[in-house]
Design a binder for this molecule. Structure first.
Ligand SMILES: Nc1ncnc2c1ncn2[C@@H]1O[C@H](COP(=O)(O)OP(=O)(O)OP(=O)(O)O)[C@@H](O)[C@H]1O
Length: 502
């Protein structure tokens, strides 16, 4: 009886969400302003509408459904507000409404992100029950006439979720025909000669070298095969990462070329453009004479490119897409291509900024990041805001200036080596005006006055980025402007010195 009651409650919530989508579509049809935002919202909701009938009548979907319902109620009010055409300060009103659309879109995305896990569990349970009671081999989700039993292993919800993500971001992102594409495992195996060459590895998986025909040409690619840890958690992060990476196009962001998702085999893969000159850290800590290690202009150019990538992530306001917070900015995640141009990579921990957040940032269950780069304020408050990337970028800037690793090993204490964040030993020296004492000597044994002036600007910018409280740190656009200026000073100084040497 209770089960019947719960199923009825879910059916009612599904009906409620479906009804709201219907009403939103109707109101959007007659909107008098912010029509584009209304249309985008309707496109997004149409995809959700298609999935609604496939939701299992399981009590676990009730909570995210109810949350989605209340967000859609706000979306409805917003679309209704677009019925009025304000004569006074019309543009101002339209821009306020556009902001609210971005907020509502971001919240719908947040609400959806709660679904995969519960849908997965519910469908898996359903399949178990079917295996015991019903060997017909078909599964008829509540109210659906489609989706017949081809599915196994409870993967319908997840693959549908991936499909939703792809179709949503395809609508709102770039419309070029060079979009990332879905690949099969045999294609992955062929492109990497059966995972023959390892490029690197980390907490989330192993990266292999490969080549792939894509966008009308053969591309060198890096193929990241995700670890098969906890199936459910992996699915959630895979979908989230795909949602973020799919529409990203920037000269300084490692581009997603494709992905492979074979849920039954627990295989999940991302394919990126290959960056043949490795990580920034390799060059800062290595002894080789790469342009990045050997010249101040090369180093500041890399910093500037990476800062521009972050600026692109933090300020996607020209689009309806919410800002992205990377959460894992480090010298290991700045990769260099064949022409030594930097590309920000590794979006495995990135988050879409929820527009519904309170001041101070979105609260997350756990502050994840890498020791030495992790913003201490974020670590203690668990609030995510763009300022946490600015902090980590400050650490990378100090690495570039000093050539020292982000973590130093201090002397042994009680028989154990104690790691210390590099920031805590280098920052006080810079603050006391002794930048030269910590500057890496490799680019120039004795920096010229012009170089020193530029490097002081870079160091001062790093100090601001490392301010203890996020609200006091500069916006990344300010960081870009300072680095641009510093690079200009270094370049003109290099030219003057070249002329003088003739
Ligand atoms: N596009 C690429 N081109 C070349 N090499 C790459 C590329 N992407 C990753 N790599 C190599 O693989 C290594 C691991 O990649 P990545 O940092 O994305 O993995 P991860 O498991 O997410 O790491 P982390 O533990 O930092 O989260 C990198 O340090 C780099 O050496």
């Amino acid at each position: 009886m209770e089960v019947v009651g719960q199923a009825a409650a879910v059916a009612q919530l599904v009906g409620n969400v479906g009804g709201l989508i219907f009403k939103i579509k109707r109101e959007a049809d007659t909107a008098k302003q912010n029509k584009r935002e209304c249309e985008n919202l309707v496109d997004y909701l149409s995809t959700i509408e298609e999935v609604l009938p496939t939701l299992p009548e399981d009590p676990e979907v009730a909570r995210p459904l109810a949350k989605l319902g209340s967000t859609l109620q706000e979306a409805h009010d917003l679309v209704v507000a677009c019925q009025k055409r304000g004569s006074f300060s019309k543009l101002f009103r339209a821009s306020c409404l556009a902001d609210r659309f971005r907020e509502v879109n971001a919240r719908i995305t947040c609400d959806l992100s709660l679904f995969p896990l519960v849908i997965y569990t519910a469908i898996a349970r359903r399949l178990d029950r079917m295996a015991q009671n019903d060997d017909s081999g078909t599964m008829a989700p509540a109210g659906a006439g489609s989706s017949k039993g081809k599915s196994s292993g409870g993967t319908v919800g997840i693959e549908t979720q991936t499909q939703m993500v792809v179709s949503h971001v395809s609508c709102s992102g770039s419309d070029d025909d060079d979009n990332p594409r879905k690949l099969t495992w045999p294609e992955i195996a062929a492109s990497t000669s059966n995972l023959a060459v390892v490029l690197g590895g980390g907490r989330s998986g192993t990266v292999y070298k490969g080549s792939l025909h894509h966008g009308g040409r053969v591309r060198e690619v890096a193929v990241k095969v995700l670890k098969k840890h906890g199936r459910q958690g992996m699915e959630v992060s895979f979908v989230a990462e795909l949602e973020i990476l799919f529409p990203l196009r920037h000269d300084h962001i490692a581009r997603l070329v494709g992905w492979c998702e074979e849920a039954e085999e627990e295989r999940r893969v991302f394919v990126y453009d290959h960056m043949s000159n490795g990580t920034l850290r390799d060059h800062l800590l290595g002894s080789g004479g790469s342009p990045v290690a050997a010249s101040w202009s090369g180093r500041v150019e890399v910093l500037l490119g990476a800062a521009r990538a972050l600026e692109h992530l933090h300020h996607r306001r020209a689009t309806t897409l919410p800002a992205v917070i990377h959460r894992n900015v480090s010298s290991c995640n700045i990769l260099l291509d064949a022409r030594w141009r930097p590309h920000l990579s590794d979006f495995g921990q990135a988050l879409l900024q929820a527009a519904c957040e309170e001041p101070g940032g979105q609260l997350v269950p756990e502050a994840i990041g890498t020791f030495g780069y992790l913003d201490p304020e974020y670590y203690s408050t668990r609030r995510v805001s763009p300022a946490i990337d600015v902090y980590s970028f400050g650490v990378v800037t100090l690495e570039v200036l000093t050539g020292r690793p982000h973590v130093l090993v201090s002397s042994k204490q009680a028989g154990e080596e104690v790691p210390v964040a590099m920031v805590s030993s280098v920052l006080p020296v810079i603050q006391s005006g002794k930048l030269r004492d910590v500057l890496d000597a490799r680019p120039s044994l004795v920096p010229t006055p012009g170089q020193l002036k530029a490097l002081e600007l870079v160091a001062n910018t790093a100090m601001l980025c490392l301010w203890p409280q996020g609200k006091d740190r500069p916006d990344i656009s300010k960081v870009v402007a300072n680095l641009d200026k510093a690079l200009g000073i270094i370049r003109s100084d290099d030219e003057t010195n070249l002329l003088l040497s003739y």
